[in-house]
Design a protein around this ligand. Sequence first.
Ligand code: NAD
Length: 263
Amino acid sequence: MDLGIKDRVAVVAASSRGLGQAVARGLAKEGAKLALCARASAPMDAAAEEIRRETGAEVMTRALDVTDYDAVRGFVAAVVERFGRLDICVANAGGPPAKSFAETTMEDWRAAADLNLMSTVYFAKEALPVMQRQQWGRFIAITSVAVKQPVEGLILSNAVRSAVSGLIKTLANEYGRYGVLVNNVCPGYTATARLVELSHRLAEKEGVDAAEIEARWARQTALGRVGRPEEFADLVVFLASERATYITGASIAVDGGLVKGLY
Ligand code: NAD
C-alpha cells in the first residue's frame, strides 16, 4: 500500500528515543521530511543521524522542552520556514511519575498538566493554523491506554491524559472542515526505556524482580506480551497518511488487548 507520505513534512515531538523515535523512523521510511525535538541535543542528534543513515530522510532537530510554549512556537515557525509547510504533527512528551494519590503534591499535578496536556495544546495551537491554510493536515497525540482504563499507580497520567482525549475530540470537530484529521493513539505496555524504568521503580517498591513486573504486564494482555515500539508506530504512520481519510476524533489503543472494555 502506498501511504502517500513521500515529501510530507512531519514534526515529531519528544523523539530522541522510545515511541517518538519509532514514529519518526516509520515516517522517514515512507519518505517524509522530519523535524524532531527533545530536551537534550546529544541523544536527539544521535537519533536523527541514525534515521538519516537508515532512510536518507531530511531531518532537522531542535533541543527544547515541550512545556515551554515560546520554544514550541519558535520550533514550529522554524519548520515552516525551512520546509515551506507542515503536514503532520505528532504531539508527544515523557510521562509523569508513578505515584498514588496520597503521594502526589500540588506541584506534581501542575507538572503533569504542563507535560502532557499543555504541551499538546502548544503544538496544536501552532500546527493547526498552518494545516488549516493548507487544507490538509494530520495531528496525532500520543497518550496512553489510561484514557480507556486507568493504570494502577499512575494517577497523574490517568487524570491528565483524559483531558488530552477531550481536547483531541473537540479539535477533530473544529478542524475537520479544513481537511485536518485529529486523532489520539493510546499505547499499552510497550518496550521502551520508560517501561524499563517503570518496572524497576515498581519492583523496588514491591521488593520483587523487574522481570516479575514485566511478566505481570504481559499476562494482562490478550497476546501475552508487551508491544514493540514499531508496532505502535505503524498505526501512527497510517493515521498520518493519505490512506487514512475518514478517521478523525478517534482514540485508538495499540495495547495487545490490554483494555478489557468493549470500546
Ligand atoms: P521514553 O521515556 O522512552 O521517551 C520519552 C521521550 O520524550 C524522550 O525522547 C525524552 O527525551 C522526551 N521528553 C521527555 N520529556 C520531555 C520534555 N519535557 N520536552 C521534550 N522532550 C521530552 O517514553 P516512551 O515510552 O517513548 O513514551 C512516550 C509517551 O507515551 C510518554 O508520555 C509515556 O508516558 C506514554 N506511554 C508509554 C507507554 C509505554 O509502555 N512505553 C505506555 C503508555 C503511555
